[in-house]
Design a protein around this ligand. Structure first.
Ligand code: PLP
Length: 425
């Protein structure tokens, strides 16, 4: 199965695969590569908007897009347009989002180690919700917040639940750097301290148990703990975080945002939580992953004894997920999307690391060779946002496509950009 043509369901919603090419958002991928160069991140606006709308209509007002999965001004505005708040976790993310024109009243601020400056700015601009993570932060808030400078907060708690996912992206267990433990009584103590600060309103608790989760058991267990914990608090919100998984490779399938929300509502009722509670979440990956495709140009093709290495003009600097998590991807030839893919290669990047592998066993058409355009689907999440300049490789451009038109939302970095931090003389 793996060497049949690429599975269309991995591509963005508007992808059109023909014998001689692929278009997304009505724009030919080969055309995009020739206009903007490679590597290139291409996002289908229709897919982004549809997923945002699905999240906005499945949860209650205040549901947010987790911007760390992919952030630029255009993306922040798109999420706002489609009815979502925007989640940030650092001063840098907050700054980009505010610069983009998203009002602070639609921003949610996270962070397990917010600096004094970060907390101060979040309170000054008046973010919609600050998600409080630790006792040091409560002390800071005590000094900053009063009746003239009010703040609205959620309390990040660790429900003591092990999500079924990679240990690096598991966050709900007791042994975690995030949040206050329910089991030890810290979460209760935090709520008591926060409620003693005049001008500060505690709207509820927040838990985020991990990422790339396909099964709802972890969410169910977490909500059961939170239901028990907040039974007598009279809160008006509950945020279950993000974490919904997506299919990256053939044969995988993931629940939709709507199915996830339905399962959460059932768990909330089962936990005996009040019906009027605003039910919130913060999907990142589920909104942006499948909307994005990365196009590369194949350079060196090197057969060795055991296999063939096919090197592209990017690699771990634009997609570190295979290196970080051992994540799998598929590949297709932009000029031959309907052909079988009998050629097995190891798709690697141009960085000076043996570990710079994009796809350990990639399948491509027999004709794919040096000069071919190869694309990897489902690269919209945690690719550009985790991109680096390792080996001083400039970061790729990002284009949004829609209704037959492409617009560049982030330009390709230049060598001048790379040199801009050098302090001379
Ligand atoms: C990372 C993160 C998210 C988004 O996670 P996804 O798996 O991309 O949906 C949401 N909330 C918090 C607090 C996070 O840390």
């Amino acid at each position: 199965m793996s060497n049949g043509p690429i599975e269309e369901s991995l591509l963005p919603d508007t992808a059109d695969l023909r014998a001689d090419g692929v278009s997304v958002g009505g724009v030919d991928l080969r055309q995009l590569a020739s206009t903007f160069g490679t590597p290139l991140f291409v996002y289908d606006e229709a897919t982004l908007r549809a997923r945002c709308r699905e999240a906005a209509s499945s949860f209650d007002d205040g549901v947010a897009f987790a911007s760390k999965s992919f952030l630029c001004g255009a993306m922040a505005r798109l999420a706002l347009d489609e009815g979502l708040c925007v989640d940030v976790a650092t001063g840098g993310e907050l700054d980009i989002v505010l610069r983009s024109g998203v009002p602070a009243s639609r921003v949610i601020m996270h962070g397990n180690n917010k600096s004094a400056d970060e907390v101060t700015r979040a309170i000054e601009v008046g973010v919609h919700r600050l998600v409080v993570d630790n006792f040091e932060e409560i002390e800071r808030l005590g000094a900053l917040v009063d009746a003239q400078h009010p703040a609205n907060v959620l309390v990040r708690v660790t429900p003591g639940v092990e999500a079924h996912t990679h240990e690096y992206v598991r966050t709900g267990q007791e042994d975690s750097k995030f949040g206050f433990s329910v089991a030890t009584g810290d979460a209760r103590e935090a709520i008591t301290q926060l409620r003693a600060i005049a001008g500060l309103t505690v709207h509820g608790v927040h838990a985020h148990i991990g990422s790339q989760i396909f099964e709802f058991d972890g969410f169910r267990e977490s909500i059961a703990v939170l239901g028990e914990f907040t039974r007598h608090d009279d809160f008006d919100e509950l945020c279950v975080g993000g974490g919904l998984g997506v299919a990256y490779v053939e044969g995988e399938s993931a629940p939709s945002i709507r199915e996830w929300a339905d399962a959460i509502r059932i768990s909330v009722r089962a936990a005996g939580l009040p019906g009027g509670l605003r039910l919130l979440a913060e999907p990142g990956r589920a909104i942006v992953a499948q909307a994005g495709v990365t196009i590369y140009t194949v350079g060196v093709v090197k057969p060795v004894t055991q296999r063939t290495y096919m090197a592209v003009d990017g690699g771990m600097s634009d997609n570190p997920r295979p290196v970080l998590y051992g994540s799998g991807y598929e590949a297709f030839d932009v000029d031959r999307p309907l052909e079988a893919r009998p050629q097995e290669v190891r798709l690697v990047g141009k960085h000076c690391e043996s570990g710079d592998v994009l796809i350990d066993e990639a399948y491509l058409p027999r004709e794919t060779n040096s000069g071919s355009l190869v694309a990897t689907p489902v690269t919209g999440a945690y690719g550009y946002s985790m991109a680096s300049n390792y080996n001083r490789v400039p970061r790729p451009a990002v284009v949004f496509v829609r209704d037959g038109a492409a617009r560049e939302v982030l330009r390709r970095e230049t060598f001048d950009d790379l040199a801009r931090l050098e302090v001379s003389g």
